[in-house]
Design a protein around this ligand. Structure first.
Ligand SMILES: Cc1cc2nc3c(=O)[nH]c(=O)nc-3n(C[C@H](O)[C@H](O)[C@H](O)COP(=O)(O)OP(=O)(O)OC[C@H]3O[C@@H](n4cnc5c(N)ncnc54)[C@H](O)[C@@H]3O)c2cc1C
Length: 412
């Protein structure tokens, strides 16, 4: 893959490695500023442990970009900042939105297709399918590395050798998705917590105290996937603990966490408050798929079906996808990157997305937006201006704050 020039701007192409949330956004920002881009995405030639298809900007787990409330919520404010900054990810999310109360949730297939169509239609963007298996060649003089938490192992190893540091890592998990038609609405009902948002955004399954206790007992005895030796010291991401790990912390943990019954009234028994409630959130625009909120898990697949069918309303549930657990890789950005996300050891390489130590779809795309703008400014010979540290959310990235402590994954 050589350098590409265009007659439009005459400047050489920037290479973006990884067409996920960050890489797609970075490519878009570059092209919008007249800079040609070669976007290298390894899927579908080679996949990761969590991606399922070949589409750009595939959402690997939840279909939610979290709160869209720009007045009261930091992520909502970040959405608004990104919209105003011309974000492709936010415009695609807005166009493929599904009902989810005050959250911005999307139809994942339509969202990915829209991002890919926008980039494919952009004359300055060339999409190349294939793995970048080692450090980029020296003639790639401006590269954005956006290979994500599931960076292909040969590339991760090359980065480790270049930076001289072991990559940091933690475990993250995926929640199962259920076909709506297999849910028993003689027991379940539609309602958003505290009736925020539309009436059909969430499906609720009630548990009595006895049902809850029986569920916890079976959950605790169910068989989980085993860790490999090299995985054993890797911590979990606290904001996304597997449900069975939460249950080990105490029998009431789930009743006060993802299974809390507050803000909901069961129309099948309005006078009886459930002891716990399992919520499922709409996962596609057609409303045929719902994911079990907070039920990320590393139970074996057969065990998931057995345990989750104990939930009233899910006795006959058919699963479109089962949960899973994956190791995430990221680097120690405050010591390795400069203020415009360049690797100090090799400034032709910029990092973007979750590999910088941020966590979440929105944050990853936001760092991609910054990296794309930094690289475009450099191509045009102007000094990139990093956002000030502190203050507004988009500016508050541990990745770009040199004095920040060693990064840990933050909440999503
Ligand atoms: C299992 C799991 C579940 C998650 N769940 C959520 C969630 O529910 N909500 C949330 O907000 N965040 C979630 N995250 C966190 C994170 O926000 C997402 O992973 C997000 O997609 C990160 O964006 P990214 O652009 O950095 O990486 P990605 O979106 O993963 O994009 C990286 C891209 O690089 C490609 N690639 C990798 N290596 C190479 C290579 N060598 N050559 C070419 N291409 C390569 C990959 O195929 C991929 O398309 C989850 C992460 C994981 C791992």
């Amino acid at each position: 893959m050589g350098m590409k020039t265009t007659q439009t701007t005459g400047c050489a192409a920037v290479h973006v490695i990884g067409g996920g949330l960050a890489g797609s956004e970075a490519a878009w920002q570059l092209a919008r500023r007249g800079v040609p881009v070669i976007l290298c995405e390894m899927r579908p030639v080679r996949s990761t442990a969590a991606h399922r298809g070949g589409g750009l900007a595939e959402l690997v787990c939840s279909n939610s970009f979290r709160s869209d409330d720009a007045e009261a919520n930091a992520v909502g404010l970040l959405h608004e900042e990104m919209r105003r900054a011309g974000s492709l990810i936010l415009s695609a999310a807005d166009a493929t939105r599904v009902p989810a109360g005050s959250a911005l949730a999307v139809d994942r297939e339509a969202f990915s297709a829209r991002v890919e169509a926008a980039l494919a239609a952009e004359p300055l963007v060339t999409i190349r399918r294939g793995e970048v298996a080692g450090l980029p060649p020296p003639e790639w003089d401006s590269v954005i590395i956006a290979t994500g938490p599931l960076t292909a192992p040969p590339f991760a190893e090359a980065m480790r050798a270049l930076t001289g540091e072991d990559a940091l890592a933690f475990f993250d998990a995926i929640a199962p998705v259920v076909y709506r038609d297999s849910i028993d609405f003689a027991k379940a009902w539609y309602q958003s917590r505290y009736d925020k948002g539309g009436g059909r955004d969430y499906i609720n399954c009630p548990l009595s105290r006895e049902q809850y206790e029986a569920f916890i007992a079976v959950l605790l005895s169910a068989e989980a996937m085993e860790f490999k030796d090299w995985e054993k010291d890797t911590p979990y991401f606290e904001g996304c603990l597997p449900i069975e790990v939460m249950a080990v912390r105490g029998p009431e943990t789930l009743a006060h966490g993802p299974m809390k019954p507050v803000g909901l009234t069961n129309p099948h028994a309005p006078d009886r408050r459930p002891y716990a409630v399992v919520q499922l959130r709409q996962d596609n625009a057609l409303g045929t798929l719902y994911n079990i909120v907070g039920f990320q898990t590393k139970l074996r697949h057969g065990e998931q079906v057995r345990v989750f069918r104990m939930i009233p309303g899910l006795e006959e549930a058919e699963f479109a996808r089962l949960g899973g657990l994956h190791r995430n890789t990221f680097v120690n950005s405050p010591s390795l990157l400069d203020a415009t996300l360049r690797l100090k050891a090799r400034p032709a390489l910029r990092l973007a997305g979750q590999i910088t130590g941020c966590e979440g779809y929105v944050e990853s795309a936001a760092i991609g937006l910054l990296a794309g703008r930094f690289a475009a400014a450099a191509r045009h010979g102007s000094a990139p201006v990093p956002p000030p540290a502190g203050g507004r959310p988009l500016a508050r990235s541990s990745a770009t704050t040199p004095a920040a402590p060693r990064p840990k994954p933050s909440s999503r």
